[in-house]
Write a protein that binds this ligand. Structure first.
Ligand code: ATP
Length: 229
């Protein structure tokens, strides 16, 4: 589903490559943690999958297509198949919960009929049916992140990318978000999650890919957060 083939990404300016000859293969339906210290290259890897960046050398494949070569007009279609969740939620403050989730479908031209079916169904899935008419600032952090997950998943993407999704949440709330991500993963969506959250990685064992200075130093099925921590 996602393949990095000897991917090197060097940003402009001096300094070492953010990713250095990285080869990774992630199958459909996997749940993978990307771990590593700040600056190790996790966000760069995620941005390459979204084609927000292109590799300096090497190839990135998503669903069998080499996305660096993909024509620009096809990129929105690629991104439509990838849901994203971030540490800071990124909800639209003036839209209700329901409108935030609906907006993700409106911008890709879904019909009113589909929107009216998918939004309540997805809010139910994340346990927020009763908060549909609230504004984001009337919700707890955990609830806001549930809205963000609903928004990422409402189009049933083949891949869900989560960059530090539990970074702003307390441990109990984080467990709730992980349960949701696991449910989404069970439906067949491939989940790639960059995280510093030792507790979560150790509790919800999944494949762990560890980066250090832009290189893969560990790739372990059902791994712990790290040996050194
Ligand atoms: N837009 C950019 N321009 C130049 N250098 C960048 C840019 N983005 C990231 N870098 C550098 O690339 C390296 C990898 O950064 P990246 O953000 O991928 O790491 P990370 O593992 O996601 O870190 P964090 O856990 O802090 O989010 C770092 O040295 C960083 O300073």
């Amino acid at each position: 589903m996602i393949r990095f083939e000897k991917v090197t990404k060097k940003y402009a300016g001096p300094g070492r490559a953010a990713l250095d000859q990285v080869t990774i293969d992630i199958d459909k339906g996997e749940f993978v943690y990307l771990v590593g210290q700040s600056g190790s290259g996790k966000s760069t890897a995620l941005r390459l999958v979204l084609r927000e960046l292109r590799p300096t050398t090497g190839r990135v494949y998503v669903a069998g297509k080499e996305i660096n070569r993909m024509a620009g007009w096809k990129v929105p279609r690629l991104r439509r198949q990838i849901g994203t969740v971030f540490q800071d939620f990124r909800l639209l403050p003036n839209k209700t919960v329901s409108e935030n989730v609906a907006f993700a479908l409106q911008v890709i031209g879904k019909s009113r009929k589909d929107i009216n079916r998918l939004v309540p169904e997805t809010l139910e899935l994340v346990g927020l049916s009763d908060k549909a008419a609230r504004l984001p600032d009337e919700l707890s952090g955990g609830e806001q992140q549930r809205v963000a997950v609903a928004r990422a998943y409402v189009n049933r993407p083949m891949i869900l990318i989560a960059d530090e999704p539990t970074g702003n949440l307390d441990p109990a709330t984080s467990v709730g978000i992980m349960n949701l991500l696991e449910d989404i993963n069970s439906s067949g969506t491939t989940v790639v999650m960059a995280t510093h959250d030792h507790g979560i990685v150790d509790q919800f064992r999944k494949r762990v890919i560890e980066l250090e200075h832009g290189k893969v130093v560990r790739d372990e099925a059902a791994g712990a957060y790290g040996f050194q921590h």
